[in-house]
Ligand binder design. Sequence first.
Ligand SMILES: Nc1ncnc2c1ncn2[C@@H]1O[C@H](COP(=O)(O)OP(=O)(O)OP(=O)(O)O)[C@@H](O)[C@H]1O
Length: 251
Amino acid sequence: MDIKSQSYAVEVEDLTVAYDAKPVLWDIDLKIPKGKLMAVVGPNGAGKTTLIKAMLGLLTPVSGAVRFINGRDGIHRLKNRIGYVPQSGSVDWDFPATVLDVVLMGCYGKLGWIKRPRKADVELARKTLQKVGMEEYASRQISQLSGGQQQRVFLARALVQQAEVYFMDEPFKGVDAQTEKAIVLLLKELKEQGKTVVVVHHDLQTVADYFDWVTLINLRVVASGPVGEVFHEDNLKKTYRSTGTLLRSAM
Ligand SMILES: Nc1ncnc2c1ncn2[C@@H]1O[C@H](COP(=O)(O)OP(=O)(O)OP(=O)(O)O)[C@@H](O)[C@H]1O
């Protein structure tokens, strides 16, 4: 099937997810058009990470379905075309692997640990490390990097995968201004390549600059659509309810 001819990258239908029988996402319906940079916005505990994990098939929903590329493919048939940058700090890197090894994992998935990388893959991995400003750390143990540096390596790993749809959980969390700029440039580059990127994002002030599509969520989807249409005070109020101070600073 030609992935490029389809208009939706991801479709979520009636998705309900619970932890210990307590629903944290309720009846989620979502269509993410192909080629969009989409922010997922909502207060702490709104279910943003849970939504991403459920879309990736890392959590089993109580009900509902997630379909990729206009409903034709499930996640398991598409795994090389889906890239995931988990939240920094959520992965235990306390095992022996260099930065270059970790980036090469993006080329091979699980096979990376047993298969010898091809020269072209190593070149691509090094070039991508350069892009995220980490080339001089290629031989460093991943456990010996700061959180922000690990975040850059995660991004490089996702980029070498050359996926169609990317999910990034708070890629800007705890990074300095220079790294933030580098990530924004990468997002724009992915968009230019026609990729779809779904990003959990907390900084309301940068939503309109960095993204063209937004989903506002708090247990349910409050609104989802073009930033210019749905990212307004009314919807933000509904999403954040009592957090008026945060709201005022964003508008
Ligand atoms: N493994 C788990 N077991 C039980 N409850 C969980 C688990 N993970 C998350 N939760 C709960 O589910 C709800 C949604 O959590 P989630 O991490 O998806 O929110 P979030 O919007 O990503 O929050 P944040 O902005 O703080 O990262 C929260 O109430 C959280 O306490």
